[in-house]
Design a binder for this molecule. Structure first.
Ligand code: FES
Length: 202
């Protein structure tokens, strides 16, 4: 079974991924769901491509780096958050539409302020909750194009929605909800499975 992932630490939209091999094991066929490709697969391969969990090695992600993988045909982000980012997140609550993620989509066990099982590892589906573009990863603080109040986060280039580094949407933008968090669980400190909830059998 082939290992493949898409990763970079620079802003890119979903049409412009930089690719590099990373430790993604499992149903990585899900990365590129395309009808001609699916049609050529054996039945078990098709099932994997359409929905099987994806195992990811997160041990090499550096602080501040965003790893992109695909699951069920969707981009999934795995961000290694720095202590500085984690300490700044609570201060943003007043600017957010749903700071406690009460109206947003995530596994119940991840409905906390940091929206994560492990605070330093943020996992989210990289699709804007407005009309489905893939936001850009913009971790820098106050860049000229985003303004002096930009604290670092995700910026959707389609209609300007803004999310913090917990995927929480800011007030006054078109996106109605925080970014979705997919089910995921840890096999070890170094490996997670996207598509299985905590407590699922290994
Ligand atoms: S699709 Fe992201 S702001 Fe519209």
């Amino acid at each position: 079974m082939s290992d493949e992932a898409v990763s970079d630490d620079v802003d890119e939209n979903k049409r412009n991924f930089l690719t590099k091999t990373a430790g993604v094991v499992g149903a990585i066929g899900a990365a590129y769901v395309a009808v001609p490709f699916i049609a050529s697969m054996e039945p078990s391969e098709k099932a994997q491509a359409l929905g099987a969990p994806v195992e990811v090695d997160i041990s090499t992600i550096q602080p501040g780096e965003l790893l992109r993988v695909m699951w069920r045909g969707k981009p999934v982000w795995i961000l290694k958050r720095t202590p500085e980012v984690l300490s700044a997140l609570p201060s943003l609550d007043d600017q957010l539409r749903d700071p406690l993620s009460k109206e947003s989509d995530q596994p119940a066990s991840i409905q906390n302020e940091l929206r994560a099982i492990r605070p330093d590892v943020f996992v989210a589906i990289g699709i804007c909750t407005h009309l489905g573009c893939s936001p850009l990863y913009r971790p820098e603080v106050a860049p000229p194009d985003l303004g002096k109040n930009w604290p670092g986060g995700f910026f959707c280039p389609c209609h300007g929605s803004r999310f913090d580094l917990a995927g929480r949407v800011f007030k006054g933008v078109p996106a109605p909800k925080n970014l979705e968090i997919p089910p995921h669980r840890y096999i070890s400190d170094a490996r997670i499975v996207i598509g299985e909830s905590e407590g699922a059998k290994a």
